[in-house]
Design a protein around this ligand. Structure first.
Ligand SMILES: [Zn+2]
Length: 89
């Protein structure tokens, strides 16, 4: 057995490219034409899926507190976290 096990990635686009779309999707700002592509990526990407879960919880908490707008601090945190997930993955 050789020690070189390379993980081949079949992901068509890197998560970095999807990040803006994912954030827009969660905000409800993503054009319907792109929702399917983003949803499909998230469905097949554990990193993005956990990010979406986390953001949805954060947003739900904001809305329950009576604030309908997603604070930009959450966006910034999401980006940082997403990058960390991507680098690790
Ligand atoms: Zn992803």
């Amino acid at each position: 057995m050789m020690g070189t096990h390379r993980r081949t990635r079949t992901t068509p686009a890197p998560c970095d490219d999807r990040l803006d779309d994912v954030l827009a999707w969660i905000d409800g700002d993503l054009p319907a034409a792109r929702v399917r592509a983003v949803a499909a990526h998230v469905a097949g990407c554990p990193g993005c899926a956990s990010l979406v879960d986390e953001l949805r919880l954060a947003i739900a908490a904001c809305r329950q507190a009576g604030d309908c707008r997603v604070p930009s601090s959450i966006h910034r945190r999401a980006r940082t976290r997403a990058r960390a997930i991507i680098r690790r993955g």
